[in-house]
Design a protein around this ligand. Structure first.
Ligand code: CO
Length: 159
């Protein structure tokens, strides 16, 4: 059994049993789920009006080649993404999925370098040169190869 202070990432009200969190666990909270959309204004309106969610303003992120809107939920965020510029990394995704689609999930980690080393040591591939980049929230992030993770693009972010 761990003391409560050993379990800082467990959320209040979680149905997850207290002793199910192990010290060797690495990924923590689901930071966000990213969805690529063909029309950001329409997607924002859909989340705000139809689904009744709090939606942030639209922000261009030229350094990432995307325009983003965040949907704020009580337990996580949804990141709505649209390509920005000629060399957007999500342009081909939208070509393949013209009505939009689930792009990636982002899990928080305490130490991104340690997380990368563990993942690579276990045979998982990190996309790019392996050095963390600054993500949409100003924190270090890395992306993991979907072929190694159940067909899902995973972003890890140092919380
Ligand atoms: Co993301």
């Amino acid at each position: 059994m761990f003391a409560k202070e050993d379990c800082p990432r467990r959320r209040k009200g979680s149905r997850f049993p207290e002793d199910a969190w192990r010290k060797e666990d690495m990924i923590g909270r689901l930071n966000h789920v990213a969805i690529v959309v063909p029309d950001l204004a329409a997607a924002s309106a859909l989340y705000r009006k139809t689904l009744g969610a709090t939606v942030t303003d639209t922000v261009d992120r030229p350094e990432h080649g995307v325009t983003t809107v965040f949907v704020e939920l009580p337990n996580t965020r949804i990141e709505l993404l649209h390509p920005l510029g000629d060399r957007s990394p999500i342009a081909s995704f939208l070509d393949k999925h013209p009505s939009g689609g689930l792009h990636h999930v982002c899990y928080e980690v305490d130490d991104i370098a340690a997380a990368r080393d563990r993942i690579v040591g276990e045979g998982g591939r990190v996309i790019g040169d392996g050095e963390p980049k600054t993500g949409a929230h100003g924190k270090p992030v890395l992306f993991l190869h979907p072929k190694d993770f159940c067909g899902t693009l995973i972003e890890i972010e140092q919380a």
